[in-house]
Design a protein around this ligand. Sequence first.
Ligand SMILES: [Zn+2]
Ligand SMILES: [Zn+2]
Length: 415
Amino acid sequence: MIHSLRGFRDLLPSDSTLFTRIEAAAREIFSLYGYREIRIPTIEPHELFVKSTGDTTDIVEKEMYAFTDQGGRHVALRPEGTPGVVRAYIELNLDQTGKNGKYYYIGNMFRAERPQAGRFREFEQIGAEHIGNPSPFADAETVAMLVKILEKAGVPGCSVELNSLGCADCRAAYRPILLGYLKTHVDALCEPCQKRLDQNPLRALDCKIDGPRLAVEAPALKLCPACADHFDRTQELLKLSGVDFKVNKNLVRGLDYYTRTVFEVKAGQLGSQDAVAGGGRYDDLVKSMGGPNAPATGWALGVDRVAMLIKDASRTDTAPQLFVVSASDDARLAAFKLLGELRAAGLSADFSNFELSLKSQLRSADRSGAAIALILGGDEIKNSSCAVKPLKEKAQQRTVPMAELLPELKKLFYA
Ligand SMILES: [Zn+2]
Ligand SMILES: [Zn+2]
């Protein structure tokens, strides 16, 4: 027997139905907001993530699924979607040919972190990127759209947290202030934070160990007037969009490319730490990757986490509505034809094996979870009728003329 790799799993129908439902909700909302789908490669040059996600981030330092391929190229399975979308935007000149700069993606991401409960090395993200729009209207629209998608997917109790990380100028002014503080309190920092202190002191604010304490004790970032104005207007527009949010000055996000607005959506049931989605503005990334000056904003949503949240809240019923059974040899063809007619009428229908005994087929019908078994035998064929047997309630089996069968079933299941 061959086992799946550690940290990888199979999604069985009870879960994959949820994934499909979340994806469908997202696609529907995306189209209302003028977003169109982009499909990016699963494997990219390793360098892409080092340069965009950032070489001092946890993702790149510890969690990359990177290897050398047969051609001797250093490649990586994508740990997130934004770098690939940005690469495509630059490489394919989408600033000139790409219409409104709004893209969404749905796909699997990979992180080689140590497997732990509920975390997998392959997971699905839905993401949105709005490239080329510097205004707070884009920030507000993207957050409002994210909330709409989560609502549509049936996520209960979402709350949005918002912060501004300022622009490159704000941060250049803040860096020495924070670095000065951290250097005088260096012994209190965890080892990784001590190591990257000079390289990227801001990462300490996002550290799971040091972050919460620093948020209270360390000097806070002061926004420049332009960034303060952007943040104020974003909040105003979110209120106008009917989005509930609160400002969380401790919200940093673990990626290097964020500027100005960052946000996370948390859902009550997962506990305070777990965000189901997050994102923010990345005004300098496209340019720093060799592209045009194209300020941008975006987010990604963890489909696995959302699926976990809606699993309890919803019925994950994947059973067919109907189960067709052939009671005699001469009814097999008619039974097979009936299956086709049911499905053409939009009713889900299944069967086991028309060549098995009636008893065996009825056992499969019970196990399928279908509401009703439709049984065809010699008598039914002769009389142009069908036996209708409720499987879930103690009602009598009855015979329905074939001509009335579909209308009756439609009334039953479409109501
Ligand atoms: Zn600024
Ligand atoms: Zn730390």
